[in-house]
Structure formats: structure tokens, C-alpha cells
Design a protein around this ligand. Structure first.
Ligand code: 5GP
Length: 180
């Protein structure tokens, strides 16, 4: 089992880049079918989404636009339970078909907050694509969660855009924290 250390913490390999890419290709096919004849606006939630969005968008063959926004609230391994303000939300949301791109949905608090803010701006539709989802951690019902890469256990993961204390975003594969 391939193990690595990020700062003080040990991680083991969980989802290899090849596995991620195969799943992302399928998500792309699904989105292309669902948005035929439309021009969706993808809104990536930084920082964690940047590699997922970069790979997903290359699979999209309907006309589309891409924008990014930011929410800062997560420190270390445990969520603070607080969502800070949304930064850089695009202003051309009204009447658009929005697809929010997330790296991971944990409790769903962040996403619930983002969805409420976006819906207030009267988009034509809103869906969410998240590379990872921790169903056991989910505390909010989110019906817009349409395109999920992988459902994973309630464990801390790092790599492929996801960080541990700011580190590990550059890792090609996704790793999970070992017990010890
Ligand atoms: P939520 O609001 O759904 O509880 O938390 C969502 C955010 O928490 C994600 O966008 C991500 O930044 C962070 N997060 C949740 N679980 C993990 C995890 O296992 N690893 C990393 N690196 N970040 C996580």
C-alpha cells in the first residue's frame, strides 16, 4: 500500500488518477446529454475544485462558460461549522443554467449556503457536480446534487486539488488519512 506523509499526517492511496479520469469522462458524457442545446455556466468553488474542473471541462462539448468563486471556512481536519462570505460570485447568473463544481461535499453546509445565494439571483436552473461526497457526513438535504464522482466513507482525504493545511493539492491521486 502506497503511503505518503503530508505535513505531520500519514495518508494511503485511495483513488488513482486513472480512476478519477475515467469517472470524470462519464460525468462529462452525462452533462453533455443533459445540456444539449443549452449553454451552461460552470461555477467552480475554489480552491479545491481546480483540478476536477480543469479535467471535467475538457470533456464538455456543448457551448459553455466558466467562472470561479471562493468560500473560506475550513481549517485542519474538522469543519468549523461556519460558512464565511462568498467571494467573486459572477453577476451574470440570472436566466442561466448553472452547474456548481465542488471538490467534496462533507456536511453540505457550504453547498447549502452557496445554493441559496445563487438561487436568489434567479438562474434558469442550478445543478451541482461534486467529485466526492461523504453520504454519512451529510447533514443537509441537497436535491441539486446531480453529478457525483465518488461516494466515499467519512474519512479525511487529500490530493487532486484537496489540501491538508494548504498542502497536498498537487498530488495526482487522492489519498485518505490512515488510522494512526
Ligand atoms: P461541508 O460544508 O460540506 O461540511 O464542507 C465542505 C468543504 O470542506 C469542502 O469544500 C472542503 O474544502 C472541506 N472538506 C470536507 N471534507 C474534506 C476532506 O476529507 N478533505 C479535505 N481536504 N477537505 C475537506
Amino acid at each position: 500500500m502506497q503511503k505518503i506523509k503530508v505535513e505531520d499526517k500519514e495518508f494511503e492511496i485511495f483513488l488513482e488518477n486513472d480512476t478519477l479520469n475515467k469517472r470524470i469522462r462519464l460525468l462529462g458524457i452525462q452533462i453533455n446529454l443533459d445540456y444539449e442545446g443549452k449553454c451552461p455556466l460552470f461555477i467552480g468553488v475554489l480552491n479545491g475544485c481546480f483540478l476536477f474542473l480543469a479535467d471535467l471541462i475538457k470533456e464538455i462539448n456543448v457551448p459553455c462558460e466558466v467562472a470561479f468563486m471562493r468560500v473560506a471556512s475550513y481549517e485542519g481536519i474538522l469543519s468549523t461549522g461556519k460558512v464565511k462570505e462568498l467571494i467573486g460570485l459572477p453577476d451574470n447568473i440570472e436566466g442561466r443554467d448553472i452547474i456548481i463544481i465542488e471538490d467534496i461535499v462533507d456536511t453540505g453546509l457550504t453547498l447549502t449556503h452557496i445554493l441559496k445565494t445563487i438561487k436568489d439571483k434567479n438562474p434558469a436552473s442550478v445543478k451541482v457536480s461534486s467529485l466526492l461526497l461523504k453520504p454519512a457526513a451529510l447533514k443537509y438535504e441537497i436535491e441539486e446534487l446531480e453529478y457525483i464522482g465518488f461516494e466515499i466513507p467519512n474519512e479525511f482525504v487529500v490530493g487532486y486539488g484537496l489540501d491538508y493545511n494548504g498542502l497536498g493539492r498537487n498530488l495526482k491521486d487522492i489519498y485518505r488519512a490512515t488510522e494512526s
